[in-house]
Design a protein around this ligand. Structure first.
Ligand SMILES: [Zn+2]
Length: 365
């Protein structure tokens, strides 16, 4: 979403019932669900002793709470594998397995007394998806944490008002324990530079074993070794896990897509998600769509994963702008066919045109 359009939200609602992260690294993929959201049967084996109610530490919009407290969703299915997860056991045309799971429902702002400020979903042993509660920001952005042997990549830091760093470091600590490691470098990148994706960056700056790549064309190019932005696709190795970094300006000039060969997830940020696709620079956007379609082997793509959901589960119908409750959300995950559909649509437009599709809305500014 384009942050220029969006009014800042006022005071946060009080969030109760936050509990510790309790992931199941190394076990079967767990389905994360909100504390108090009816899916606490897994037992919430807290390994954190510093958990506090998140609202207490997030009433400031300054985002300076770099460590200490955290409160996140229980996300374990130990002892009771959650059959509600979707997306498992599917495969793409070349037969690659698509094992990363997705929940049937994300926190959706309809139960603010119960849902955590951040839902943590463990998609597989090395992949975690985080969603910021709509109760804290109507943007409700998604964030991705991808673990390799040598580094862990975080894409995006939320819209502000949440203790994202404390949550991420807690997840990392659990991954380290499960993998018998002492430390791993965290690399923080942003899908693009809009405020609803970078607001938590400052929480990570200056923290141990952490690199924050600033969300600018210059900084991204330097870090990933891109000498010919936006034409060049960089390959970035987390250690046994290669990520393709594809410049895709258009929604915003420092926008990147990340293709994770391990999960088969193509992370498309605000360029493609089930919602209103705001386009700042239409020419650049069309060119980026063309490059992205050409750069990625569709046979390797399991899901196209964006950073918001604004469509309902009714084709072509979106939630009202600024809606902070999303009952009946469209699934987060899209497919390669949606990328092709979007590419073909914008490429065919003689001029930038508002156009409603079943699963997204093309929205030139
Ligand atoms: Zn956004």
């Amino acid at each position: 979403m384009a942050h220029e359009l969006e009014p800042r939200r006022g005071a946060l609602r009080s969030l109760g019932g936050a509990v510790a992260v309790a992931l199941a690294f190394g076990d079967a993929p767990a389905c994360g669900q909100a504390a108090g959201g009816g899916d606490t049967s897994g037992g919430s084996e807290s390994i954190a002793d510093n958990t506090t109610v998140l609202a207490e530490s997030t009433t400031s919009s300054a985002d300076t709470s770099g460590g200490g407290s955290s409160g996140v969703a229980a996300s374990t299915s130990s002892g009771a594998a959650d059959p509600s997860s979707s997306g498992a056991a599917s495969s793409t045309g070349d037969g690659r397995s698509c094992d990363a799971t997705l929940p049937d429902h994300w926190i959706d702002g309809t139960a603010c007394d119960d849902e955590p400020a951040i839902m943590v979903h463990q998609a597989d042993a090395n992949t975690v998806v985080l969603r910021q509660s709509l109760c804290t920001s109507f943007e409700g952005p998604f964030m991705y944490l991808l673990f390799g042997d040598d580094r862990v990549l975080l894409e995006d830091t939320g819209a502000g008002g949440i203790a994202i760093a404390a949550t991420v470091y807690e997840v990392i600590d659990q991954w380290l324990a499960a993998n018998g490691k002492d430390a791993i470098e965290l690399v923080v990148v942003n899908s693009h530079a809009h405020g609803d994706h970078v607001a938590g960056n400052s929480q990570f700056e200056g923290q141990p074993n952490t690199t924050v790549v600033q969300p600018s064309v210059a900084a991204i190019s330097e870090y990933f070794g891109i000498s010919d932005w936006p034409e060049q696709v960089a390959q970035y190795d987390l250690g046994g896990r290669v990520i393709d970094v594809v410049p895709i300006p258009g929604h915003q000039d420092a926008h990147i897509a990340l293709f994770d060969h391990a999960s088969g997830w193509l992370l498309t940020g605000d360029t493609l998600y089930p919602g209103r696709l705001y386009i700042e620079d239409f020419t650049a956007y069309v060119e980026s769509m063309g490059r992205l379609v050409g750069a990625i082997d569709p046979l390797g793509v399991c899901h196209v994963m964006g950073t918001h959901v604004e469509m309902t589960d009714v084709p072509g119908v979106d939630f009202e702008f600024g809606a902070d409750q999303h009952p009946g959300e469209h699934p987060l995950q899209l497919g390669w066919e949606h990328l092709v559909e979007l590419h073909d649509a914008v490429a065919a437009m003689p001029s930038p045109t508002y156009e409603v599709h079943d699963d997204f809305i093309i929205y030139p500014l």
